[in-house]
Design a protein around this ligand. Sequence first.
Ligand SMILES: CC(=O)N[C@H]1[C@@H](OP(=O)(O)O)O[C@H](CO)[C@@H](O)[C@@H]1O
Ligand SMILES: [Mg+2]
Length: 503
Amino acid sequence: MFRMGLLAALRSRSKESSAIGLMITASHNAEPDNGVKLIDPMGEMLDQRWESIATELVNVPNSALQEQLDKIVMFSGANVTSPALVFVGRDTRPSGPHLSEASITGVEAYSGKVVDFGIVSTPMLHYFVALHNSTQSENEPQPDHLRTAYFNKLSLSFIDLQKGQTTSGNYSAELDFDGANGVGAIIMKEFSKHIGSKLKVNVYNDSTDVRGKLNYMCGADYVKTNQKAPEGLPRIPNRRCVSVDGDADRIVYFYTDADGKFHLLDGDRIATLVASYLMDLVRESGLSIELGLVQTAYANGNSTRYIAEMLKIPVACVSTGVKHLHHRALDYDIGVYFEANGHGTIVFSSKAKQIIAKAVKDEKAAMRLERVVDVINETVGDALSDMFLVESILAARGWNLSDWEAAYTDLPSRMLKVVVKDRNLVQTTDAERKCTAPAGLQRAIDELVKETPYGRAFVRPSGTEDIVRVYAEASTQEAADLLATKVAQAVFDLSGGVGTKPN
Ligand SMILES: CC(=O)N[C@H]1[C@@H](OP(=O)(O)O)O[C@H](CO)[C@@H](O)[C@@H]1O
Ligand SMILES: [Mg+2]
């Protein structure tokens, strides 16, 4: 953390002293885990070329630290005598204050200036960085002003989007919120003060309970991975529920029906809901704006078919990781991107924003489009901002969750992990949908998929854990489970599996 403080100060200097963000969080992972996310001046993720620089910097021995820093200075052309500014934030982990202190010490050791925001969500810090650099870069940073701007931006546009709703239909303005015992719960309670009666949000898993550990048996990742409701929420039949993750950049919706069956509405569902709504607004307002959607290979096959065949919206598939989705989404006038796990947002080109702003005077649909631009945190996926948008769309359509779910039926799927000696032995191409190494693995997968109706499967090395991930889908859950297991066995046999063979 200390060295990431140094690096953030250096990065600021390499970017004309713009503010750089340093967020201490391990997101959806277990409470004892830790991590750090660096944020570039426009609020985007750290430039990919700096990822390896960061990795090298944390791994050199103390004796080589200065020399390594000098190398980065040379590479980046940073002027070491110019000012540096770093915005620091952290999630609610018990390790946070200590790690935050270490990173602040790093920035200050390199004569950088720190603004410490304390506990914030990851998307908030992204937004603060972007807003400061784009509007206030000449002035002293104003933390309170930035915070207020964030809450106002989202809540005022949400309130506006709720105005003039004619019919509520099956929509009810109340939901149960699983805060994962993290910062999402704190932020949601703050928002409730701003949005008042527009939406009643019952916040659970807000870590007031001493047993409430971050992400433990709750949160968006738990719900998505286990395909079941989190602990800590009442089981009210058909109640609309949401779960966010530990740093509130992911969100999924779910409900339990009257028969006790669990229904998940994940990132794919949010993407299709948002894209179809935006498409309607664009068509209604007659604007010439090109809309596109970006997914990864983990998107359910039926969501992709629905987007391409029913919505007739162009859909692209890219490698896992938000940085890839975000980058590709920038190719469209309006780019909607979501990972199946619920991390995503919308990006609007400046051309799209101009066209919308011009049309606002005489077009109701354009006016709503403009409000959508405002309710969205374009810098990165933001659970709260995404929730406000989904709520506005459900209200406008008069939908409950089963109305939303009726658009298409998910194909049953299964995800497995395989521990191997060296995950880098597995190499992929075609947005990770095919593997090129080890020899014979792709042929084995192809054979297994051929035997499975509606079968699809792929494997890839995780970018965040030392494992190979297996994904399979098929027309039935049994078939998806079987396909995933057989593919996992092939990975185990051909890529140096460790421990017991998947069964
Ligand atoms: C299948 C899956 O959910 N993978 C996650 C996970 O990446 P892996 O590279 O699969 O470990 O963590 C990433 C960071 O949170 C997230 O962007 C991504 O979607
Ligand atoms: Mg997260």
